[in-house]
Design a protein around this ligand. Structure first.
Ligand SMILES: [Zn+2]
Length: 472
C-alpha cells in the first residue's frame, strides 16, 4: 500500500473496507517489477489509438521494442496489418512445444475521447486518489500492458513454458474497418493458432468495496438485426382507406412486443446462475439456484426476467430499435419500416429466430429480412483444464470469492477465435466496481491495486496454464 502515496483519506477507507487480505507474494518466483508494468501501461495510454486520429501501429511497435529489449528474439516479434495505422503486434515466447500454444489477446485501440468531455486530457496518464486515469486504462490497455510486463518477467526469470505463449495486441476491436483479430485469423492463422486463448470480457467484480466474484467469460450472444417492412399503394391522405402501411406495421409491432423467446440455459449460464446465487441476497439467491436446475423453475425464471441483465442471460432477446415510414405529410404511406435487434443465444439459428418473429407479427404483409449474416460464436467449453487452474489461482489470492462463468450479452473479439475453433476465456483478475463503469465513457479509470493484482493473477494463471502438470 505504501507504494501508492498521496491517496488521501479514501485510501484509508478503502483499505479498511476490504474484507480480504492482499495477495500473497508468489514464493515460487522472484518479485514482480511494478515500476516496469506501470511504465508500459503509461506508455500505452499516452499513445492515442482511436479510430479517428490514433495509431495502433505506434502502440504495437512500442510494445515490440519493450519485448525486444527484454531479450525476445526479433524473429519472434511482428507488427503487421492491413492498414498503416492499424498494425497488430504478434509476439511468441517459445516453449518446449509439448502442448499447442496459449494465446494472450488484448486490443490496443480505444473508444474516442474528447478533451472537452473529460476533466483532464484523456491521453495523459495520471495517478490520483488510488486510481490510474486515462482513456483505455480499463478497456483494454491494462490487460495489454500486463501481458507485455509479464512476458518480460517470464524472460527475466528464465521461465520455459511447456507451450508457446503467443501475445496478440490488436486493432479495431471498438470499431473501424480493420479488425485485427479477424484479419489475423483470416490471413495469418498460423501466427495466432492456439489450443486456447485468454482475452477481456470477464474480470473481478467489486461492489461497495467488497469483492463479489471473479468472472470468466466463456460465451457471448450473437448479434442479428432484422428489417420489418410493409408496402402499400398509398394515395391522397384526404381519402384514407383501412389498409394502411403504418397501422399494419404498428399493430404487428404491438403483437411482437408481447412475445418472448423461451428460457434456455447452456453450460455457461447454468453455472452462472448457480454460482452467482451466493453473491445476492434472498429471495433472489434461491431463484437463481432454482433456475439453474434442469429443467429451470418457471416461476423463478419469471421473477428473474424482470431484471434486464438476468433476462438477457435466460433467453434470446429481440427488441424494436428503429422506425420510419411515409414520404409526405399529405400522402397515405407507401412504406413503413422497423428494425428489430436480436441478441441470440449462441446455439440459436437466425432462421429459427426469424421464423419466431414472423409468427409473432402474425401478418404476412410484414416482410422480414435479416440485415446481416450473423457471426456465430460457439461457447468455449468449461472443462476442468481451464476452470480448475483459474479457481486455484483465484482462491489463493482471494479466498472465498467465487469464480463465476458468464455469458456476455454483447460481443468481443473472442467471437472470431471461437468461430475459428479456438476456445477463448475472458478472465483477468482485475477487480472493477460494478457501479462505476467508465469504459467508453468520461474519466475512465482503474484502481491502482486492481492493476497490480491483475498483473499477479495473470502472471500466475498463464504460468499455471503453461507448466508441466507436475509443476502446477
Ligand atoms: Zn475492450
Amino acid at each position: 500500500m505504501q507504494r501508492f502515496p498521496g491517496t488521501g483519506s479514501f485510501a484509508v477507507a478503502f483499505v479498511v473496507a476490504l474484507p480480504i487480505a492482499p495477495a500473497q507474494p508468489d514464493v515460487t518466483s522472484p518479485p514482480a517489477d511494478p515500476e516496469l508494468a506501470r511504465a508500459i501501461y503509461q506508455e500505452l495510454v499516452e499513445i492515442n489509438t482511436t479510430d479517428s486520429s490514433g495509431d495502433c501501429t505506434r502502440a504495437a511497435k512500442a510494445m515490440a521494442a519493450r519485448l525486444e529489449a527484454a531479450g525476445l528474439p526479433t524473429a519472434d516479434i511482428q507488427v503487421l496489418g492491413p492498414d498503416p495505422r492499424k498494425g497488430n503486434l504478434v509476439a511468441r515466447l517459445r516453449g518446449t512445444g509439448s502442448r499447442r500454444p496459449l494465446l494472450l489477446l488484448a486490443h490496443l485501440d480505444v473508444v474516442e475521447a474528447r478533451r472537452e468531455d473529460w476533466s483532464f486530457d484523456p491521453f495523459v496518464f495520471r495517478e490520483e486518489g488510488g486510481y490510474f486515469y486515462g482513456r483505455g486504462t480499463s478497456d483494454d490497455k491494462a490487460m495489454a500492458a500486463i501481458f507485455v510486463a509479464n512476458l518480460v518477467r517470464y524472460l527475466r526469470d528464465g521461465f520455459k513454458p511447456d507451450r508457446d505463449l503467443v501475445l496478440a495486441l490488436t486493432a479495431d476491436e471498438e470499431g473501424g474497418r480493420f479488425n485485427g483479430v479477424d484479419w489475423l485469423v483470416k490471413n495469418h492463422r498460423e501466427l495466432v493458432d492456439a489450443e486456447l486463448g485468454l482475452n477481456e470480457g470477464g474480470g473481478g467484480q467489486r461492489q461497495g468495496g467488497r469483492r463479489i466474484a471473479n468472472t470468466v467469460q466463456a460465451s457471448e450472444k450473437v448479434f442479428q438485426s432484422f428489417r420489418l417492412e410493409v408496402r402499400n399503394p398509398g394515395g391522397h391522405s384526404s381519402l384514407p382507406v383501412p389498409d394502411n402501411a403504418i397501422y399494419r406495421l404498428a399493430e404487428g409491432l404491438v403483437r411482437f412486443s408481447r412475445f418472448r423467446f423461451p428460457v434456455r440455459l447452456n453450460e455457461v449460464t447454468r453455472l452462472f446462475f448457480e454460482r452467482s446465487a451466493a453473491t445476492v441476497p434472498e429471495p433472489e439467491a434461491s431463484d437463481r439456484r432454482a433456475v439453474a436446475r434442469n429443467p429451470p423453475d418457471p416461476a423463478a425464471a419469471e421473477r428473474l426476467s424482470t431484471q434486464a441483465y438476468l433476462n438477457a442471460r435466460l433467453r434470446t432477446t429481440c427488441v424494436a430499435t428503429m422506425l420510419e415510414g411515409g414520404h409526405a405529410e399529405n400522402a397515405l404511406p407507401q412504406m413503413a419500416r422497423a428494425t428489430i435487434n436480436c441478441r441470440m443465444l449462441p446455439d440459436d439459428k437466425p432462421a429459427d429466430v426469424k421464423a419466431a418473429i414472423v409468427e409473432a407479427l402474425a401478418d404476412e404483409k410484414i416482410a422480414v429480412t435479416a440485415l446481416q449474416d450473423a457471426k456465430p460464436s460457439p461457447p468455449s467449453p468449461l472443462s476442468a483444464g481451464i476452470l480448475a487452474p483459474i479457481e486455484r489461482v483465484s482462491s489463493t489470492m482471494w479466498p472465498g470469492v467465487p469464480v463465476v462463468p458468464i455469458m456476455s450479452s454483447g460481443a468481443t473479439d473472442s467471437l472470431y477465435l471461437r468461430a475459428a475453433g479456438i476456445p477463448v476465456y475472458g478472465v483477468d483478475g482485475i477487480f472493477e466496481d460494478v457501479d462505476d463503469t467508465r469504459a467508453h465513457g468520461r474519466d475512465e479509470r482503474m484502481l491502482v491495486t486492481s492493476f497490480y493484482e491483475g498483473q499477479e493473477f495473470l502472471y500466475r494463471l498463464v504460468k499455471t496454464l503453461s507448466s508441466p502438470q507436475a509443476a502446477r
